[in-house]
Design a protein around this ligand. Structure first.
Ligand code: FES
Ligand code: FE2
Length: 356
């Protein structure tokens, strides 16, 4: 069997070749990984607006979609089945979607209800006049959609850890929304997220809030969970007896789900980063914040998110510039600190080997 691009044994493995971070063909081909499960919206956003166009999904995959809360929550196409007009560009509370172009209407189940001037049309309406429905899954108030028939995200593996959190009841806080543009490849952003190795070097403030010696990384199918321990006296989760981490002072759970979703759980609530690949050399990172306890948000590891983000982005942009060097191609992994990056690179390299 041919040698694998990224060896399974982290102790001997080399990182992805640097062309992975700028090559146009690799970038374009890897975009196919984004049409699987993607984070759409939290239930609290749908309470405020039962119809939400998913602009970030369109930015990531090119597919215009909406999430709609009727009797059931659904993900529907945002394209009118007549001649292709967008149905809605803004979140709204409408119970009927009416196309602005020629007045076709749909209910919140995506069923076409009315179309002017079609009395003489034969075989109309048919199923293809209804809006296309995409797969949806809700995990503890977090709604995910998929444009393809892909295996589910590793929810069952995560339930033990997150069962104690009442994520469904968190509330979207619009003041925490951010939209950053970074001059770097999306995989460098993911690489950086997947290790806490750089915390003492890059994030002095975060390093004060976390006990670096207790930082740990667990790889799971299709994801990585990093656990940050709180420094003595800093804010921590109140873990119930029987929880896998009971007895430990946990400041944050950092969960990455392949390929581009990051869920950062703090005692105050949840911060989500959605990574949007724009080009081989440009990435957008969207932040969403969901609050459980605003008072706690001023303390500990979860209180300095903007500072940490800017520190990370500066580093990532510098690394990106190095990728075209003639003398740098691949590095090695720290077996004790970079298991997450290794796991991600293994997933990418296996997909790459199938594609090329
Ligand atoms: S495109 Fe929507 S009614 Fe014509
Ligand atoms: Fe960082």
């Amino acid at each position: 069997m041919a040698e694998e691009l990224v060896a399974p044994d982290i102790r001997v493995a080399e990182t992805l070749p640097s062309r992975f971070y700028y090559d146009e063909a690799i970038f374009e081909n890897l975009l196919s990984v984004f049409t699987g499960w993607q984070y759409a919206a939290h239930d609290s956003e749908l309470m405020a607006n039962p119809v939400i166009p998913l602009h970030h999904i369109e930015a990531i995959t090119g597919e215009p979609t909406i999430i709609v809360k009727g009797e059931k929550t659904r993900c529907l196409s945002n394209i009118c089945t007549h001649r292709g007009m967008r149905l809605t560009s803004q979140p709204c509370t409408k119970s009927t979607l009416r196309c602005e172009y020629h007045g076709r209407t749909f209910n919140l189940e995506g069923k076409m209800k009315h179309m002017p001037e079609f009395e003489q049309a034969i075989g109309f309406p048919s199923d293809s006049d209804n809006l296309h429905e995409f797969a949806m899954h809700c995990w503890k108030g977090l709604n995910f959609i998929s444009q393809e028939d892909k295996p589910h995200l590793p929810w069952s593996e995560l339930n033990d850890r997150f069962e104690f959190l009442d994520i469904d009841s968190y509330v979207h806080d619009i003041s925490r929304d951010r939209d950053h543009s970074i001059n770097a490849n999306w995989m460098l952003y993911v690489d950086n997220y997947l290790e806490g190795f750089h915390i003492p070097f890059v994030h002095p403030e975060l390093n004060q809030a976390l006990d670096y010696s207790g930082y740990s990384t667990e790889v799971i199918e299709g994801g990585v969970l990093q656990i940050g321990k709180a420094s003595k006296g800093d804010v921590k989760f109140d873990l119930p007896e029987g929880h896998p981490d009971y007895g430990q002072d946990i400041a944050a759970y950092y969960l990455w789900l392949f390929p581009n979703m990051m869920f950062n759980f703090y005692p105050w609530g949840l911060s989500v980063n959605i990574v949007v690949p724009v080009s081989p050399e440009e990435t957008r990172v969207l932040y969403r914040g969901y609050v459980k306890d605003d008072d706690l948000a001023q303390k500990g590891a979860g209180s300095i998110l903007d500072t940490v983000e800017i520190q990370d982005q500066n580093i990532i942009e510098q690394v990106h510039k190095s990728m075209r060097s003639k003398v740098y191609d691949r590095g090695r992994y720290s077996p004790s600190r970079e298991q997450g990056v290794h796991h991600f690179h293994r997933i990418i390299s296996k997909i790459y080997e199938k594609l090329f």
